[in-house]
Design a protein around this ligand. Structure first.
Ligand code: SF4
Length: 661
């Protein structure tokens, strides 16, 4: 979104932000009580709102760990609205964005009776491009034939949508090959040269954002904006001085992705496809066939290069000067093909923003590739990331704190960072040091839930440690017993697909509960089926550890196979362990353990989502009980009743309202 001019934030003083008034609004007998049916007084929510108001007034950074059920959304939205400033609220996912915009903001508007404007803004790829859509509709060309019926749905929606946001389209899959070609990605956009510029959905959302007090984005869009600004390519978001980062525990991963480099077969394929489209509409005859030939050469050369990096490990480090001679030749020939494509582009008779952008993308791919393969930046690690259908060469910053400080903390008047999982050992030191956040202003707000009554933590300390061969068989038997006690209704969360698959093989066809397995259907569909299927058991890996909300009895048990330690052989993890060690720390104790504690806390957070939820978390990793560092895990987790005796689990489920101690 580079086409708009810079927009200054509204210059209003924070005179409307009275901390006592913020407290009153969330206090007992508050006017919100009548306006919000579900409102109940929560001391921790009130404290958080007051702290956010103070941070806005005084400036600086505020870290808040807000336990599940604290009501942190209202606690930051109320001072944000009352501040009268433009505030960007960034969440972890598009779903959370939508929940904020369509549920929380309207409630607040009704309850507070303070006029304010708000908008929901997603990345450009979510919006329909009017021009590209019209071109595609004239001559639809489906690489995946079965997608043709989905295009009919898109067509009907395109005729009535007011926002152009694809989230409105009912029943289409997340992955839709043709969507890339008709979406408003910046790579496809001719900006002000476009005849549809005024009607364009992206233009409209940008205008709305420029007029809004509250702009709701997700972390990916936020960081895309930071990167565009850093590259002096303009901006995605209008100027703002106040930022709220919800789900802040995700920021290190997102920052690593955006502050790093990546060149993959997918990126090359996108360039080739966009070039093909550009040539079709901008040149004729021999010129087009010549360009197509050149693009085929580029595609093939890229394929050969990336395939040469397929190795035994899914993720491995790329060392400096470690390319084999054959790979060096492939790299050089790929770079030559890129140069030829650039030269073809420069021969297009009427160059415009799209062709200039294509040429720039080809140059950037070359620069990024050479930089990644040189692996000479001591503050970054170069590595190869293989998936089933892609090979990506990456360079990732080992420490993101300096980037965050330079692009966020030093530039914004106030940054509020919150999540249900930020503290380790009752301290914010880990988060502060990893992300460069000052920890002089931070607070931990306990959940209002009565965990000792509502939940039981069972540690299977009799099981062998996960490294031992006997572990998996014994763990599967343990899971079976636990599911019998909970009558299904469980998430079984694994740290690896290997263990998930072993459990799936053991349970398929002989588990007396409906079995849902990560990978068998899209995540959203699996969750929907889990909610609707009585007694269902879901086997899942990392993506089910967080951001999943299942209230009520349907989810009564969460079983965790192993402590979620990051694999030390992973190139990024090992570089970070080395960095901690080189500054006098202990990579395991100061990095891997805290990171695993935060992940485990996220997994725990799936179970108790309301005051009436009850359930059991079972950890099958006996190291929690038998190793010294296990105490750090137990003391950082919510205060569940702890047992090592599985009979307590059975008693808990047999006597749901009065569990035996
Ligand atoms: S301005 Fe860009 S995104 Fe919008 S319709 Fe035109 S080409 Fe598409």
């Amino acid at each position: 979104m580079t086409e708009s001019t810079s927009l200054s934030p509204p210059k209003r003083e924070l005179d409307r932000l009275d901390v006592d008034h913020v407290r009153e609004l969330l206090g007992e007998g508050s006017p919100l009580e009548t306006a919000l049916p579900a409102f109940e007084y929560r001391r921790s929510q009130q404290d958080m709102a007051a702290a956010v108001a103070e941070a806005f007034r005084d400036g600086g950074e505020l870290l808040v760990e807000a336990g599940t059920g604290t009501g942190k959304t209202l606690a930051y939205l109320i001072p944000a609205v009352l501040s009268g400033q433009r505030v960007v609220v960034s969440t972890g996912t598009k779903n959370l964005q939508e929940q904020l915009f369509y549920k929380d903001i309207p409630l607040l508007r009704k309850a507070m009776k303070v006029p304010f404007t708000a908008c929901l803004m997603k990345g450009r790829g979510n919006y329909l491009c009017l021009t590209r859509h019209a071109q595609f509709a004239m001559q639809p060309n489906f690489r995946q034939f079965q997608e043709a019926s989905h295009f009919d749905t898109v067509e009907r929606w395109a005729g009535i949508t007011k926002t152009g946001d694809r989230a409105e389209i009912p029943g289409i899959p997340d992955r839709l090959d043709f969507w890339k070609g008709i979406s408003a990605r910046s790579e496809n956009c001719t900006g002000r040269d476009c005849s549809e510029f005024e009607r364009c959905y992206v233009t409209k959302i940008r205008q709305r954002a420029a007029e809004s007090d509250i702009i709701i984005v997700n972390h990916h869009l936020l960081f895309a904006d930071l990167m565009v600004r850093a590259g002096s390519y303009g901006e995605v978001l209008p100027e703002y001085d106040y930022l709220i980062l919800d789900e802040f525990h995700q920021i290190e991963d997102v920052a690593t992705q955006y502050f790093g480099l990546i060149v993959s077969n997918v990126r090359v394929e996108d360039l080739v496809r966009d070039c093909e489209e550009a040539w079709k509409t901008r040149a004729h005859g021999k010129r087009v066939s010549q360009a197509q030939l050149q693009l085929r050469r580029l595609r093939n050369s890229g394929l050969e290069l990336f395939e040469s990096f397929r190795g035994r490990d899914e993720r491995y480090r790329l060392e400096p000067k470690a390319l084999m001679p054959a790979q060096e030749r492939l790299r050089d020939s790929f770079v030559k093909e890129l140069a030829k494509v650039r030269s073809e582009l420069s021969g297009i008779p009427t160059p415009d923003e799209v062709t200039v952008s294509l040429s720039r993308r080809a140059s950037e791919i070359e620069m990024d590739l050479l930089s990644i393969l040189a692996a000479s930046d001591p503050e970054a690690v170069s590595w190869c990331d293989q998936r089933e259908r892609s090979v990506a060469l990456r360079s990732s910053p080992i420490h993101v704190a300096p980037f965050l400080q330079a692009s966020l903390f030093e530039r914004k008047h106030a940054v509020v960072m919150t999540s249900a999982t930020l503290a380790v050992d009752d301290s914010f030191e880990y988060m502060g040091s990893r992300l460069g956040v000052a920890t002089d202003r931070c607070m931990t707000l306990p959940s209002p839930f009565d965990y000792r009554e509502q939940a039981l933590l069972y540690v299977a300390r009799h099981l062998p440690p996960p490294r031992e061969k006997a572990f998996m068989d014994e763990a599967i038997a343990e899971i079976r017993s636990l599911l019998a006690a909970s009558r299904g209704r469980a998430f079984v969360l694994f740290t690896s697909f290997q263990n998930l698959r072993a459990t799936k093989r053991a349970f398929e066809g002989n588990l007396p509960y409906p079995l849902l397995v990560h990978g068998d259907a899209p995540r959203g569909e699996l969750l929907e089926r889990f909610r609707e299927t009585p007694g269902a058991v879901l086997l899942g890996t990392s993506s089910f550890w967080e951001g999943v909300d299942v209230m009520g009895e349907q989810l009564s048990c969460v079983i965790v196979d192993k402590l979620p330690f990051a694999v030390p052989g992973d190139p990024l993890v090992s570089a970070r362990i080395d960095l901690v060690a080189s500054s006098g720390g202990n990579g395991f104790a100061d990095y891997q353990v805290p990171m695993a504690i935060l992940s485990l806390k996220q997994g725990f957070g799936r179970l108790i989502r309301s005051k009436t939820d009850r359930g059991v978390v079972a950890i099958l990793d006996s190291r929690v009980a038998n190793m010294g560092y296990g105490k750090r895990f137990l003391s950082s987790l919510p205060p569940y009743r702890l047992t090592y005796d599985r009979r307590d689990v059975t008693s808990f489920f047999e006597a749901p309202r009065a569990p035996s101690a």
